[in-house]
Design a protein around this ligand. Structure first.
Ligand code: SF4
Ligand code: FES
Length: 231
């Protein structure tokens, strides 16, 4: 039987299941903590740091924190909000995110967070890296320009034999996510769609599919990210 514990979010006391991931416990209590590398159902990685909150006054990532009795969390302060804005700005500056020509526009978590944090005038120099688009796979298109290296695809997408479809290639700031030609052979349309859906940006797209949902009616066109929750 589940054990429930009391914890504090921004000065208010809530109940949660003992050991629940903090980002999900907060959402269940109606409080929004932004995430990018985190994805429900796969183990957290703590890679992007956008979910940083203050726990007993010290910064920690909410996706890797589990709720315990007496946990005292501040989810939003001017410093945390400006830190989150800077992360989004840096991710835009270090890749080539051409939103108007992206099939994920309107459903992209990075774009939605950029609207939320009012990213307009760049504060960081844009790097305009030279990156490729890979189109050899029969069902998937990989656009390295937009990859934010969150590794959700590596951690979350497996073929029916349990083998990962995606893997790291290269090193350091040249690191790329590759599609494994062996494990991704003959994948179903459903798995190709899962791969597209798990990517928070438009770096993995399904071939031959476009505009199923018109612009203006996509996820974050309808409801801005986190708008249904308190922050
Ligand atoms: S391809 Fe998408 S899901 Fe995979 S690491 Fe890049 S941004 Fe993340
Ligand atoms: S969502 Fe927690 S570190 Fe990325």
């Amino acid at each position: 039987m589940a054990t429930f514990v009391k914890f504090t979010l921004d000065g208010k006391i809530y109940l949660s299941e003992d050991g629940a991931p903090l980002v999900e416990a907060a959402r269940a209590c109606g409080v929004f903590i932004p995430t990018l590398c985190n994805y429900t159902g796969i183990p957290p990685k703590g890679a992007c740091r956008i979910c940083t909150v203050l726990i007993n006054g010290l910064p920690a990532t909410a996706c890797t924190t589990k709720v315990v009795e007496g946990l005292n969390v501040q989810t939003s302060t001017p410093e945390l909000e400006s830190f989150r804005q800077a992360i989004v700005e840096i991710l835009f500056a270090e890749g080539n995110h051409l939103c108007p020509s992206c099939e994920k526009s309107g459903s992209c978590e990075l774009q939605a967070l950029a609207y939320r944090y009012r990213v307009t005038v760049p504060h960081f120099p844009y790097l305009f890296p030279r990156r490729d688009v890979e189109a050899w796979h029969p069902k998937l298109l990989k656009d390295h320009n937009r990859c934010i290296q969150c590794k959700r695809c590596i951690r979350g997408i497996r073929n029916p034999a349990g083998k990962a479809l995606f893997a790291f290639g290269k090193r350091g700031d040249r690191v790329v996510i590759n599609i494994d030609p062996v494990t991704s052979q003959n994948i179903s349309d459903a798995l190709a769609q899962q791969a597209m859906d798990i990517c928070p940006v438009g770096a993995i797209l399904r071939k031959g599919k476009g505009f199923d949902v018109p612009i203006g009616r996509r996820t974050y066109d309808r409801t801005p990210i986190g708008a249904e929750l308190r922050s």
